[in-house]
Design a protein around this ligand. Structure first.
Ligand code: ZN
Ligand code: ZN
Length: 256
């Protein structure tokens, strides 16, 4: 693939990243069943996911797949997610994140397709920046060459507060999505960091309304705020487990 790092570079980079990446917990009480954020142990969905479901009538991403947790803002993983899109951008951070994403797709895209009941994705989309709407999002510039699918361009509605933490049904718009070769349209929606999920789920809603039969969201990291009231058990557990790139949230082994 033009511009792609060789596979041995990918494997070496991901192996190094396992020293500091945090795994996403899937089988623990206190974890949202939609976004894998922290919740009260008696809840299965966090407040933001419940609110998004209510606002959208359930027209949201069919599955949300974070590759890692980003816990706080000080660790190496947090640094990379900032540095790859800083000015000037860090080439090392871009390479590490590209390797992480590529490795994940090679190992786990089949898991995502299996969950959706599809053989192929037909389209890819990236969540636009709401704060720098005039430029292509650096994640799209970095990862689109890795994903040989038709691009669905999402157009930002500037009248929505770019810092909104709520799902907005009209935050993005796009042209109708047509199925390809009679396959139901299935969109791989990619973003770097899930904080509240407001932008990502607003984008998923837009894609569904435009005709996408399936939407799967892959985010490089699910942000975890260690100061959040219910986060301590999740943070303690996740930071005590080594990140395993051979496991994803859709095929993690059952709890023993
Ligand atoms: Zn959630
Ligand atoms: Zn998997």
């Amino acid at each position: 693939m033009p511009g792609s790092p060789a596979w041995e570079v990918v494997e070496r980079s991901v192996a190094e990243q396992t020293n500091y990446l945090s795994p996403v917990l899937t089988d623990s009480p206190g974890v949202c069943q939609v976004c894998f954020g922290a919740v009260h142990v008696a809840s299965t969905r966090c407040g933001k996911c419940a609110e998004a479901h209510h606002r959208s009538g359930g027209v949201l991403a069919d599955v949300v797949v974070p590759i890692t947790y980003r816990i706080g803002y000080t660790r190496q993983a947090a640094h990379d997610l900032r540095a790859y899109k800083a000015t000037p951008s860090s080439a090392e951070a871009r390479l590490r994140l590209t390797c992480l994403f590529w490795h994940f797709c090679v190992r786990h895209l089949a898991c995502v397709k299996r969950r959706l009941g599809i053989d192929h994705f037909t389209h890819v989309a990236f969540v636009p920046s709401t704060k720098s709407p005039m430029v292509t999002h650096p994640l799209q510039a970095m990862l689109k060459p890795m994903v040989p699918l038709d691009l669905v361009e999402l157009v930002l509605n500037n009248s929505i507060d770019p810092y909104s933490r709520n799902l907005n049904l009209d935050w993005f718009k796009t042209d109708p999505i047509r199925s390809i070769s009679a396959r139901p349209s299935a969109v791989l929606l990619i973003d770097d960091t899930w904080v509240t999920g407001a932008r990502v789920q607003s984008a998923a809603y837009c894609l569904k309304e435009a005709g996408a039969a399936r939407v799967a969201t892959i985010v490089l990291a699910r942000q975890i705020n260690p100061d959040y009231g219910h986060a301590a058990p999740l943070v303690n557990k996740a930071t005590g487990i080594r990140y395993d790139p051979e496991i994803c949230v859709l095929h993690a082994p059952a709890a023993s």
